[in-house]
Design a protein around this ligand. Structure first.
Ligand code: CP
Length: 315
């Protein structure tokens, strides 16, 4: 694997899950792969899980790790070509990226949606500049439109807990005070399409995701109907795709509560975290024995390590 920007690049999901199980059972078994190699992790935005789990994954593989927070301690970066740089930005990404490439063997990038332009976000301008100008394999640690390391961890977690060959998985929109990207739900939809899942999306009117990610997937605007018989409930907020980046609703009747979970087949609860309690999910549900949010976060190490190992094997 050269670059990793979409869950689809894992190829056969069943094989990737077997690789992940091997990584999980023997996390220090391939330290020779990373010896004397450096993994640079570049963050344009905040992170807890991705920052720690990806560092841990690279360390497990014997790598050295450097972390750069672009907005804290580095020069402010211009991203648009052709701009007269007479403002507060001291350096252009087009120099900064190849320089970063000089100091490492592989690069992880968290770039996030900026909600300034749907076209720019969906063209993944920043991530693609890293791919085009760093001279290194690049893996996404969440970009504007996808979060594939999260999706892989989500699927590993579902596979570890499913009790039937084709579980019903419902991804439901839930309210949040701020505008959040579509990266997690887009990626999760992409990942669900790769496996044997009865997958349904529930969201209010105006919150339908980009049809490129939801082709062939039932989308219901009635959450109660969607939740009926669910084996897994994956909650997530996202801002509107159609009215790009806008918050159209904070309707707390979409919060995942004990009453909502009672409609399901005693479903497990998933969320990528961080989560706003009693907006997205009630205290009772996230603290219940059916909540998988902690094992899901733990599997972020397995997910990242499996991907980084595949990249190292191709160097
Ligand atoms: N789920 C996730 O990516 O968490 P962080 O934003 O804390 O990395």
């Amino acid at each position: 694997m050269k670059h990793f920007t979409s869950i689809k690049q894992l190829g056969n999901l069943e094989e990737a899950l077997k690789d992940a199980a091997l990584v999980k059972s023997n996390p220090f078994g391939h330290q020779e792969l990373g010896k004397n190699r450096t993994c640079l992790l570049v963050f344009f935005d905040n992170s807890l899980r991705t920052r720690l789990s990806t560092q841990k994954a690279a360390l497990n593989l014997g790598m050295n790790v450097i972390v750069l927070d672009v907005n804290q301690g580095a020069w402010k970066l211009e991203t648009e070509r052709g701009v007269i740089m007479d403002g507060d930005k001291s350096e252009h990404l087009l120099e900064a990226i190849p320089v970063m490439g000089c100091y490492c063997d592989i690069i992880g990038v968290r770039s996030f949606a900026r909600f300034e332009s749907r076209e720019d976000d969906y063209n993944e301008v920043i991530l693609n500049q890293f791919i085009n100008y760093s001279g290194r394999p690049v893996f996404s640690m969440e970009a504007a439109t996808r979060h594939p390391l999260q999706t892989f961890a989500d699927i590993i977690t579902i596979e570890e807990h499913k009790t039937k060959p084709r579980p019903k998985v419902v991804m439901t929109w839930a309210p949040h005070p701020k505008a959040l990207p579509q990266a997690v739900p887009n990626s999760f939809a992409e990942g669900m399409a790769m496996g044997n899942y009865d997958f349904v999306i529930a969201n209010p009117e105006g919150y339908d995701l980009n049809p490129a990610f939801t082709k062939g997937i039932p989308v219901l605007h009635n959450q109660d109907e969607a939740l009926e018989g669910a084996d897994f409930v994956y909650a997530k907020n996202w801002a509107s795709y159609e009215h790009y980046g806008q918050v159209l609703s904070r309707d707390r009747s979409w919060t995942v509560t004990k009453e909502k979970m009672a409609l399901t087949n005693d479903a497990f609860f998933l969320h990528c975290l961080p989560v706003r309690r009693n907006m997205i999910v009630s205290d009772e549900v996230i603290e219940s024995p059916r909540s998988l949010v902690i094992p899901e976060a733990a599997n972020r190490v397995v997910s990242a390590q499996t991907v980084i190992q595949k990249i190292l094997e191709s160097l």
